[in-house]
Ligand binder design. Structure first.
Ligand SMILES: [Zn+2]
Length: 462
């Protein structure tokens, strides 16, 4: 990037400050409308509502039906800046069910302010965050009459149920989704309050293992030593899949794990983490094996193999001399960038055929990992835009440990994807008393406006 004067954002920031109450009132109106994808509640109404909001501020918006809940796609081009990048702002208008209701201090769909925070289902995940992006567009248009880039807003209605339509929608609407980059504002900032710029997510593969012995439970004295015990069979299989040094021993498991680039290594090692405090808060003496791995290195660059649950036999009070006839394990594997769910599932399958062919393997859901290059040409303008609005440098996070459907952008559409979360770390998303610090909502609006302005200024002159 050639050094040039930083874009002046004072008019836009002043506009946001002058409209604080109005913007908050409008967010509250949006949050009053339930849109629970798991129950199909309010979905069509909210999709139309948010499309109308975007139409009113000057975007071309429409609700597009899918085999599931509809997508909302809006756009506004800037033909004044030839070569300006096209940015997709992605978010989701659906929310999690609010249960358990009796743990909410104020009702989930009656937004309430306490101690500088707005409490409502969906305020952090994700209405407050994508509404901030929409208000950023509104503020830019009010102050400048045009947007600094070409912008598409894509809001889906099924994120909270695993985004089942996203891959299909991306393939079928490839032309309408043509863009240079994607920015998603979802999830929390760092625990210490600093903004994050996220480049990737791990993928996930879930499966179940079922071991069976006799056709019914038996007396452990009359049959023990004669009839095989499926719990032992399952435990012995699991013990061949990961050793006590923390190394997954499924053949070929690490074949496609990339070595982190020097830049990635440097960034991961520089991310702030108080390991002692984390261990204390969890009552842990030590982290998992291998102990020598760094905290963020574990979450970003290594796959995992987790036993989510192990079930079988008797677990009630006292003892029961039973020889159980079945045992189950639920497992997930978090995948890193070059691994695929199909590849790893095939390796798990081959491993089981070799070590315990009688055990049944059932594949469950999966989501591919995603990674955007740290040295993407869009990294600098986004970073500077965040810093200008948040008045602090963001932390760069190569990949977060969890999974999001970013692969639809990076792998299906071939567009770099950036995550810029606006919610506080204790937003309690998916839980009772979901909340967002109101100042973060305003800073989110300014950040959205600043990122687009920097993207337009730095990359608009190809
Ligand atoms: Zn969520």
């Amino acid at each position: 990037m050639s050094p040039q004067p930083a874009p002046d954002l004072s008019d836009v920031f002043a506009y946001v400050d002058a409209h604080r109450q109005e913007f908050l009132d409008r967010l509250i109106a949006y949050l009053r409308m339930p849109s629970i994808s798991a129950h199909g509640l309010g979905i069509a109404e909210v999709a139309q509502y948010i499309a109308d909001v975007m139409s009113r501020i000057g975007l071309t918006a429409r609700v597009i039906p899918t085999a599931g809940w509809p997508m909302v796609l809006a756009e506004r081009n800037n033909r004044d800046v030839p070569g300006a990048p096209t940015v997709i702002l992605y978010g989701h208008y659906d929310v999690q069910p609010p249960d358990p209701l009796d743990e909410w201090l104020s009702p989930p769909f009656e937004p309430t302010i306490r101690d500088g925070r707005l409490y409502a289902r969906g305020v952090g995940d994700n209405k407050g965050q994508h509404f901030a992006q929409i208000l950023a567009l509104e503020s830019l248009l009010a102050c400048r009459g045009s947007l600094p880039c070409n912008v598409k807003v894509l809001l889906e209605g099924e994120e909270e149920i695993g985004s089942p339509q996203m891959p299909v929608f991306a393939r079928e609407h490839r032309d309408e989704l043509a863009a240079d980059l994607v920015i998603t504002s979802d999830g929390p900032v760092d625990a210490d309050g600093r903004s994050r710029l996220r480049f990737g997510v791990r993928g996930v593969l879930s499966f179940e293992l079922r071991a069976r012995g006799a056709n019914r439970d038996l007396h452990s004295g009359n049959w023990g030593g004669v009839v095989p015990n499926p719990i032992w069979t399952l435990v012995q299989l699991l013990a061949t899949m990961k050793n006590d040094r923390g190394i997954v021993t499924i053949d070929g498991f690490y074949d496609n794990v990339d070595t982190p680039t020097p830049l990635e290594k440097e960034i991961l090692e520089g991310l702030p983490i108080d390991s002692v405090a984390v261990k204390q808060s969890l009552d842990l003496v030590e982290f998992d094996q291998p102990v020598e791995r760094g905290f963020y290195e574990r979450l970003s660059t290594w796959p995992t193999f987790t036993i989510n649950g192990l079930h079988g036999g008797y677990g009630g009070p006292g003892s029961k001399t039973v020889l159980p006839h079945e045992a189950f394990a639920k497992c997930d594997i978090r995948l890193v960038e070059s691994q695929t769910a199909d590849e790893i599932f095939a390796k798990v399958e081959a491993h089981i055929r070799r070590h315990a062919p009688g055990i049944e393997l059932i594949r469950q859901g999966s989501m591919a990992p995603s990674k955007t290059r740290l040295d993407s040409p869009y990294t600098e303008p986004i970073r500077q835009g965040i810093a200008a609005a948040q008045e602090e440098e963001p932390l760069l996070v190569p990949a977060m440990g969890g999974s999001l459907p970013d692969y639809v952008f990076t792998k299906t559409l071939g567009i770099p994807a950036f995550g810029v979360p606006y919610a506080n770390a204790d937003e309690s998303n998916h839980a009772p008393n979901e909340n967002m610090e109101i100042e973060r909502f305003y800073k989110g609006i300014k950040t959205g406006a600043a990122m687009l302005t920097y993207l337009g200024a730095y990359t608009g002159q190809k």
